[in-house]
Design a protein around this ligand. Sequence first.
Ligand code: RB5
Length: 142
Amino acid sequence: MKIAIAADHGGFELKEALKKHYAALNMADLGTFSADSVDYPDYAHLMAQTILKKQADLGILICGTGIGISIAANRHKGIRAALLYSAETARLAKAHNNANVIVFGGRTMSVDEVIKRIDIFLQTSYEGGRHQRRLDKIEETE
Ligand code: RB5
């Protein structure tokens, strides 16, 4: 599985920590590449294009809270960006929502919490069935 990661300045440190922890996964880093102030929608849009063009199977997005970058990513048809705010939501974001982008807050979550949530997400399978009907309805209304 190819994983891409991107962050604004509020998520830069967490992005670097995750790249180091998951070095074996060789994540594609879409930026930002320093702690200088940038605009999170730029990274959300870049990630959305990367996923929609199938250049990566899963995206990880990070801003200060994870909220702004989630809102921006979810403006793209076909993107299901989920803010993983607990271990249980990490599991459900895969099992029920089949998220193709997972989102974290660099100023609101610890590195250890985020690693635990990513591990849970990666170990979980999408359940399909009634959940696929619901995902199809999301696409219909866009
Ligand atoms: C940037 O200061 C901050 O607003 C951004 O990282 C994010 O938290 C927005 O939702």
